[in-house]
Write a protein that binds this ligand. Sequence first.
Ligand code: ZN
Length: 179
Amino acid sequence: MAGFQSNLWAPWRMEYIRSLQDETGTHGCFFCAYWADPAHDDTHLVVWREQHCFVLMNRFPYTSGHLLIATSAHEGDPLRLANEHNASLTRTTWQAVALLRRTLQPEGFNVGSNLGLCAGAGVPDHYHCHVVPRWAGDTNYMSVLGNVRVIPEGLNALYTQLVQNAVEMGLRDRPAASR
Ligand SMILES: [Zn+2]
């Protein structure tokens, strides 16, 4: 599975992001690339969009249902974000918590951000917030699973469920019938 992950997913994504960087100036940043490409929200696992920010599933989840919330601005310092972006990010983060409560019934959450590479930020130049649902006894999740952090089938099934619940909560429109 680890080979499957690195061979199939990562190169595809990096190639895609590089092409977008060349064409649209998205800084080689997948948040910017995804934000600029709403037609592919389903393949990018974007759960829903607000005017200034969006919610997407982390392909390298710490636990099942690990969500990322990012604004449309390519800015690593949250203090430099426009007020409406910060406000939208905060409100959307709590809506993401509500969506996960409804979908996965977690027993708790970790909510927050990693600022800087040394703090674990995967994309330090584009501020984003993590919402990680937690269950008692899940602390060894990563070490148990080792390198197998991505299970595409599982991600896609959960994505469908999250989208469905987001529709029911009035967070987004129903996805197009063709998808
Ligand atoms: Zn960016």
